[in-house]
Design a binder for this molecule. Structure first.
Ligand code: PEP
Ligand code: MG
Length: 576
C-alpha cells in the first residue's frame, strides 16, 4: 500500500527512484563473510586503506606543523599514526579477516570495540579518554574502505536512480553525490538552510529532510517518490501515482525551459530600476550553470568547499588555479570570493580533534582564519594572484568586531608586500568587503562601513543568530522565520545604511533566491541579489514584473509592523 511522509522541502524538483539506505553512523558497517578465494583481495583492501590514512595524516601533520597551527592538532595526528602502527589494531583486524573471513570494515569495527572496552577499564582519565582516538582512527579507515568503488549504489537497469536515505548527511557527503546516479535524498534530520540543503539545491537534487525515523520505515531498494517542492515522499507508489508524478516532473521542466527566454534580458523593474543578479557558487564546476543563467557575476564563492571532505589542505597553487578559473571564465564581471567559512556544519576533516561545545558559536569563519594565520595568508596570496586576471574582490565572513577587519586587512597588506617583493602581479586596488550575518554587526554598521568596500548580508546566519535557532536542526526549523520583524529590521537597516554611505550592499543568503521575498527586498532598496544560479531566471521574472514606485511605500509600512501574521499577509500581497 502506498503511503506518504511529510518533512521539510529543501531542494525543489521530483525524483522517482529506489531506496538506498545509508547506515546511521559510519561505524554501523555491513557485516559479511568473504569467500575464501577473495581473502587476499580483502587483505589488500585493508592494507590500501591503511596506507591512504597514513598518507592523509602525514599530509595533515605537514600542514599543521608548518605554520603556527594548534600544537594539539600535531599531537593528535601523532597519536593516530601510532595507533595505525599498533598491532593490536590492524594486525588483529587482519587476523579476523583471514581466520573468520570477516569483511575488512567489520573486522576493524570489532577490534575497535574490543580496544574501546579495554580503554574504558583504565583508571587514568587521560588514557581512558584515548578511546575516542581509537574510534576516530577506525572511522577514517572505514571511510576510505566505504569510498572504494563498488560500495555506491549501482546504476539500475530500469533507468531510475537511487534515493539516498540517511539519518543525516554532511555537505561533503552531498557533494560526493555529483558523480553518482543519485536522484534524490531524504534524511531524518536537517534544516532548510543547512549547508547540506544548499549543496543539494546547487546540484539540483530534490531533497526532503527532517522526516524523523524515515530510515526505519523504508526498505532497501523499494520504490519511492521524493517531492522536493512540497516536502513529501510517497512510499511504494502504484503505477498511477508514478505516472502522475512523471507528468508533474515534465511540467516543471517545461516551466523551467520557458524561463530560459529571459536569459539575455537585463533585469530591471517596470519603472526602469536596474538590478544585478549574481551567482552563489562552490567552485569552478558551477560555471556552466552560471553561464546558462547569464549571471551578472559571482556574489558568493564559498571557497571552503575546496577544503571540506578532504584531509589535506589545498596549497597556494591549487587554490590559485581554482580562483583564476572562475575569474577568467567571467571577463569584465565581478567575482566575489569569500575567504574560508569553515566550522559549524562545514568541519574540516581532522579538525574533529577539538570538540566544540557549540560549533555555530565557536571557532568558525573569520575566527578560524585568524586563528590559523599561515593557512589564511596562503589563501590571501592565492586570491591576490588570481586578481591579476579579472575583477576579483575578497569577502570576509561572519564579522562581529572591528579588530577582525583590521587583522584581515593587515594580513592582506602583508600578502601584498610579499607578492610585490617577489614581483608577482596582482590587482593593487582589490576591494575587500565583509559579510553581515551576526546581529552585532548589523547593529554597528559604521565600523564596517568605514573599513570595507562593500557589504553582503548572509541572511541564513543572520536569521540563525538573531532568532537563536540552529539552521541545521529540524527540531527548531518551524521557528526559522525570515519575516520575523527583528530580522527584517536588521536587513532593511543594513541596506539603507549602505545606500546612505554609498557602499554597495548585496544579499547572498537563501532569501535572495526565494521569489517570496523578491519584492520585499527590492522595496527595501536592494539592487544586488546573489543566489544559486538555478534561481536567477525565476527571480529575474519577478523583477521584470515589479513596480518600485508602488512597492517602496508598501514595504516601508511592512517595516513598521510587528505582528507576524500581518507581516506575512502583507508580504504575500506584494507578489500578486
Ligand atoms: C549566509 O549565512 O546567509 C551565507 C550566505 O553564508 P553560508 O550560507 O555559507 O553560511
Ligand atoms: Mg553564513
Amino acid at each position: 500500500m502506498p503511503f506518504t511522509l511529510h518533512g521539510l522541502a529543501v531542494s525543489q524538483g521530483i525524483a522517482i527512484g529506489h531506496v538506498h539506505l545509508v547506515s546511521h553512523a559510519l561505524l554501523e558497517v555491513n557485516h559479511y563473510h568473504v569467500a575464501p578465494r577473495y581473502l587476499d583481495e580483502e587483505l589488500a583492501r585493508l592494507d590500501e586503506a591503511l596506507a591512504t590514512v597514513q598518507g592523509e595524516l602525514i599530509g595533515l601533520k605537514a600542514v599543521t606543523t608548518a605554520g603556527q597551527a594548534h600544537s594539539e592538532v600535531g599531537a593528535f595526528v601523532d597519536l593516530q599514526l601510532m595507533m595505525l602502527a599498533d598491532p593490536m589494531l590492524v594486525d588483529a583486524a587482519r587476523q579476523l579477516v583471514t581466520e573468520r573471513r570477516c569483511n575488512a570494515e567489520w573486522a576493524l569495527v570489532q577490534q575497535m570495540e574490543h580496544l574501546v572496552e579495554q580503554f574504558r577499564q583504565i583508571e587514568d582519565p587521560y588514557l581512558r579518554e584515548r578511546q575516542a582516538d581509537v574510534v576516530q582512527v577506525v572511522e577514517r579507515l572505514v571511510k576510505v574502505l566505504l569510498g572504494h568503488p563498488g560500495h555506491l549504489p549501482p546504476r539500475r537497469r530500469d533507468g531510475l536512480g537511487s534515493i539516498v536515505v540517511a539519518h543525516d548527511l554532511s555537505p561533503a557527503d552531498t557533494i560526493g553525490f555529483r558523480d553518482h546516479n543519485i536522484a534524490g535524498f531524504v534524511t531524518d534530520v536537517g534544516g532548510p538552510t543547512s549547508h547540506t540543503a544548499i549543496v543539494a539545491r546547487s546540484l539540483k537534487i530534490p531533497a526532503v529532510v527532517g522526516l524523523h525515523h524515515v530510515r526505519d520505515l523504508l526498505e532497501d531498494d523499494e520504490l519511492i517518490i521524493v517531492d522536493g517542492t512540497r516536502g513529501v515522499i510517497i512510499v511504494a507508489p502504484d503505477e498511477e501515482i508514478v505516472e502522475e508524478y512523471r507528468l508533474r516532473r515534465s511540467e516543471l521542466e517545461i516551466e523551467r525551459s520557458k524561463l530560459n527566454r529571459l536569459r539575455d534580458t537585463r533585469a530591471a523593474t517596470l519603472d526602469g530600476e536596474e538590478v544585478n543578479l549574481l551567482a552563489n557558487i562552490e567552485g569552478p564546476k558551477d560555471l556552466p550553470a552560471v553561464k546558462t543563467a547569464n549571471a551578472d557575476g559571482i556574489g558568493l564563492y564559498r571557497t571552503e568547499f575546496l577544503f571540506i571532505g578532504r584531509d589535506t589542505l589545498p596549497d597556494e597553487e591549487e587554490q590559485y588555479e581554482a580562483y583564476r578559473a572562475v575569474v577568467k571564465a567571467l571577463p569584465g564581471k565581478p567575482v566575489t570570493i569569500r575567504t574560508f567559512d569553515v566550522g559549524a556544519d562545514k568541519a574540516l576533516n581532522g579538525a574533529q580533534a577539538r570538540e566544540e561545545p557549540n560549533p555555530a558559536l565557536g571557532l568558525r569563519a573569520v575566527r578560524y582564519s585568524l586563528a590559523e594565520p599561515k593557512m589564511f595568508k596562503t589563501q590571501l596570496r592565492a586570491l591576490l594572484r588570481a586578481s591579476a586576471h579579472g575583477r576579483l574582490q575578497i569577502m570576509v565572513p561572519m564579522l562581529a568586531h572591528a579588530q577582525e577587519v583590521d587583522q584581515c586587512l593587515a594580513l592582506v597588506e602583508k600578502a601584498k608586500a610579499e607578492l610585490r617583493a617577489e614581483k608577482v602581479k596582482f590587482d593593487e586596488g582589490i576591494r575587500i568587503g565583509g559579510m553581515i550575518e551576526v546581529p552585532a554587526a548589523a547593529l554597528s554598521l559604521g565600523m564596517f562601513i568605514r573599513r570595507l568596500a562593500f557589504l553582503s548580508i548572509g541572511t541564513n546566519d543572520l536569521i540563525q543568530y538573531t532568532l537563536a535557532i540552529d539552521r541545521s536542526d529540524e527540531a527548531v526549523a518551524h521557528l526559522y522565520d525570515p519575516l520575523h520583524p527583528a530580522v527584517l529590521k536588521l536587513i532593511a537597516g543594513t541596506i539603507s545604511s549602505g545606500a546612505r554611505f554609498g557602499l554597495p550592499v548585496s544579499v547572498c543568503g537563501e532569501m535572495a533566491g526565494d521569489p517570496l521575498y523578491t519584492e520585499l527586498l527590492l522595496g527595501m532598496g536592494l539592487r544586488n541579489f546573489s543566489m544559486h544560479p538555478g534561481s536567477i531566471l525565476e527571480i529575474k521574472q519577478q523583477i521584470l514584473r515589479a513596480d518600485l514606485g508602488e512597492l517602496a511605500p508598501k514595504v516601508q509600512r511592512i517595516l513598521k509592523m510587528d505582528e507576524p501574521a500581518r507581516i506575512r499577509e502583507a508580504v504575500e500581497r506584494l507578489t500578486t
